[in-house]
Design a protein around this ligand. Structure first.
Ligand code: GBH
Length: 495
């Protein structure tokens, strides 16, 4: 049954009590997991032959405090490059069945090109994957979690369609070397974020503020790169390795502010189509959503562009991209209320001008330490239903979901968030019949959180970043999650 929509504070408090937590058992086949990403945890940025990535470059050549809240970077981070055995021990102790991690492209190919493979980098991941498998943990591996080789960025990065060739070559080298150990692959994590923050807002590396079209060109190249990597797997490795490959989407629910106002309904739909579905549709349906194509073309025209700022796919490219997903990998953090915003002409034309909506959190949704993060677990169940209906992906894994705070060990806020979201997932499995097969909580341990540095940690496990040993300490949420995994139950008792 769908839970009540949060209208006033009182109702919201009611909806987050334990009374609403699903008291059934998770199916035996459900895979609990935890997640992290290379630049955020590994450190050792220039060791054993690793080349420079755009995040290394971005934070070494800019005034640090201008890019990251606490002026830090990922040079050492959790030092997982050296402490990976301890990470495996913690995963084992938690009892997870999957560990989601990403490969640092420049550890494998120092300048990003296939010219020279760095064996020491390959060995690092081989040792890690073997140790995980020995402990019954399945690695779920992201090829690209935002740390592009600087050399390829100099070459145009995600603005240059030839990046797809480089990405396909890198993917092949990864499938060749690691394929025997990996059954779940993700190509690119949240291209929506890297394209928006990296090529339009400039908050993430490479820090470009190409507000009129950088984000769309980046989306175009990201989708081509993803599709090429999927085809490499499909054509050359699938028969032998039998794994699955997906693009990493980030989706929230867009809720019309006034559900009875057709303009708000339309605005909410547009927010979905030009966000989550701008990557989902090309992969599962073919091409960008028509609303997105029409809208950006019209807005480009209004802004005196005699062409659309959204690149058009050729039919061949539409076909290349369509169908390139073996499961749905989706990150869910939060949802938004969406209000219609009167048409306006923004100069220079940009994504907000194209989108023409106001999106914000409901004031009654609990707020995390991160400004963009509020808790609305009901949204997860609803968006899962929609994605399942629109895309019919067969299998769904929630590849990120988590809560930031100020680092306290007794992290009750994180427990409440994780419990409520797992409950929404269980509802969608048991009551809606959706095939969600796994969940990798963000994140296994406190890590370098991009523009917010180490100030808004998400970890189940605390990392002491002032200690050269980067000592790890379990928080209350780690113990809670360990118990959930052991009992397959979110409460003290299940039926
Ligand atoms: C995830 O993105 C990332 O995949 C992961 O690497 C990261 O550690 C995790 O979030 C937690 O931060 O600063 O107001 O402009 C989640 C989606 C999209 C959330 C971009 C933050 C920036 C908002 N993210 N967004 S703002």
């Amino acid at each position: 049954m769908m839970r009540r929509y949060c209208l006033v504070v009182v109702l919201c408090l009611v909806s987050s009590t334990q009374a609403d937590i699903n008291n059934k058992y998770f199916p035996e086949s459900f895979q609990f997991g935890a997640a992290g990403a290379a630049y955020q945890i590994e450190g050792a940025w220039n060791e054993d032959g690793k080349g420079e990535s755009i995040w290394d470059h971005f934070l070494h050549y800019n005034n640090p405090t201008s890019k990251v809240a606490d002026g830090t970077n990922g040079d050492v981070a959790c030092d997982s490059y050296h402490k990976w055995q301890e990470d495996v021990d913690n995963l084992k102790k938690l009892g997870v069945r999957i560990y989601r991690l990403s490969i640092s492209w420049t550890r494998i190919l120092p300048d990003g090109t296939p010219y020279r493979v760095n064996q020491e980098g390959v060995d690092y991941y081989l040792n890690l994957f073997k140790a995980l498998k020995q402990n019954g943990i399945e690695p779920l591996v992201t090829l690209y979690h935002w740390d592009l080789p600087q050399h390829l960025s100099d070459f145009g990065g995600f603005l240059n369609p030839q990046l797809a060739d480089y990405f396909a070559a890198y993917a092949r080298i990864c499938f060749e070397n690691f394929g025997p150990y990996v059954k779940y692959w993700m190509t690119i994590n949240e291209p929506q974020t890297t394209c928006g923050s990296g090529y339009s807002l400039g908050a993430h590396a490479p820090g470009y503020t190409l507000i009129d079209g950088g984000m769309y060109q980046c989306a175009y190249v990201s989708l081509l790169a993803h599709a090429r990597a999927w085809h490499v797997y499909n054509d050359e490795f699938r028969a032998q390795q039998g794994g699955k490959v997906a693009l990493g989407l980030v989706c929230g629910l867009s809720i019309p502010l006034d559900p009875n106002n057709p303009k708000d309904q339309e605005a909410a739909e547009r927010n979905h189509l030009m966000g989550c579905a701008s990557y989902g549709n090309p992969v599962y349906v073919g091409n960008w959503p028509q609303v997105m194509i029409d809208r950006i073309a019209a807005k480009s025209k209004e802004g005196n562009y005699p062409f659309s700022r959204l690149p058009q796919f050729t039919q061949e490219e539409i076909d290349l991209i369509n169908g390139t997903s073996d499961f749905l990998a989706v990150n869910y953090y939060s949802s938004a209320l969406v209000q219609y915003l009167d048409d306006f002409v923004g100069f220079p034309p940009n994504n907000l001008f194209d989108l023409n909506v106001l999106a914000f959190a409901n004031q009654s949704w609990p707020q995390a330490a991160s400004i963009w993060l509020t808790s609305y677990p009901e949204g997860l169940r609803i968006i899962l239903n929609r994605l399942n209906k629109d895309y019919n992906p067969g299998e769904i894994i929630i590849t990120e979901n988590g809560w930031s705070d100020t680092g306290e060990l007794d992290d009750q806020g994180r427990i409440t968030y994780i419990q409520a979201h797992l409950s929404a997932i269980l509802d969608s499995i048991l009551e809606d019949g959706i095939n969600v097969t796994g969940y990798t909580v963000w994140s296994l341990m406190d890590s370098f959180e991009w523009s917010t540095g180490y100030t808004e940690p998400f970890g189940l496990i605390k990392v002491d970043f002032n200690d050269p040993q980067r000592t790890r300490t379990w928080k209350s949420s780690a113990k809670y999650y360990q118990n959930v995994i052991a009992t397959r139950c979110l409460l003290d008792q299940c039926q």
